[in-house]
Design a protein around this ligand. Sequence first.
Ligand SMILES: Nc1ncnc2c1ncn2[C@@H]1O[C@H](COP(=O)(O)OP(=O)(O)OP(=O)(O)O)[C@@H](O)[C@H]1O
Ligand SMILES: [Mg+2]
Length: 326
Amino acid sequence: MAAVEVADLVKRYPKARTNAVDGLSFTVAEGEVFGLLGPNGAGKTTTVGVLTTRVVPTSGTARVAGLDVRAEPVTVCAKLAVVPQRQNLDRSLGVRDNLTFHAAYHGVGRAERNRRADALLERMGLSDKAKAIADDLSGGQAQRVMIARALMHRPEVLFLDEPSTGLDPQARLFVHDQIRALRDEGITVVLTTHDMDEAHKLSDRVGVVDHGRLLALDTPDALVRSLPGGATVELVAVPGPDGTDELIAALGDLDGVARAEDRATGPATAPDAPVTVRLAVTCDPATLLAPAVEAAAKHGATVRDVSLGEATLEDVFIELTGRDLR
Ligand SMILES: Nc1ncnc2c1ncn2[C@@H]1O[C@H](COP(=O)(O)OP(=O)(O)OP(=O)(O)O)[C@@H](O)[C@H]1O
Ligand SMILES: [Mg+2]
């Protein structure tokens, strides 16, 4: 039995002109960590909303732990847990009470819920925060409390909607370790993220969605290998009088180059600042080193560094979803 099964799922919000989820189908195997990857507004949270019974689908089916979420919402909710994208702790309650109230709601007896709360607070490094009011927590602490709360009723399937957005590196690694530990305990994890590194490290398989549709679904390694140009050449150069665009176009025209991209991320810098151009190549990248340097020189650019690399999940993401802001 699949832990999660989504078939032809459509969600159109009232008054919306397009579908937030537009015919999505995928399954998640029991015990799998499944990454749902997509740009802002792709429909990830909406999909999680349907699977966790918070959002009513327009059409299609969604099953969790073998149960149809529309037909059996109460039974489904007992088998799943969700750590939402937005903090939704009971802000006036203490941390420990947030955990025990949640367990009581799910019918866990008093002694047992106290035991579980203490164990989970300990596990999440929150024992000294047990009595703190939820409103007084930092973002990272609140995130850990929400994970602890989610585990209080021992779910079979855990949905994590962007679990590490806004966390510092320590908290991020901690959350990653916890996700691996949950997998080892046999819990199925569905995780949404824009963090490619996180998706690659944690997910057994990744589904890339955009505009509510599934664009690709495979293991992270297979997705990277499927890219036209799985290898890359990175060139750091100070553009000549011809400018950066000319340089990129010339490099993109070389035989064996699938794409040439400016890797600059920050705001425009001084005119003589070096730019980093990343070439996705379909041939042996070493054979492109000399031609790339030559082409750059021909356009008056001064090459500072050339290096070989491998494509990443981010390259897959950009190849599939483009560069436009949403
Ligand atoms: N409650 C709502 N009412 C109306 N439209 C909504 C609602 N929630 C989401 N949408 C719209 O549905 C689309 C998908 O949103 P969703 O939150 O599912 O995306 P997402 O992939 O989770 O994005 P992000 O990465 O920014 O969290 C967006 O166009 C959004 O504006
Ligand atoms: Mg979202």
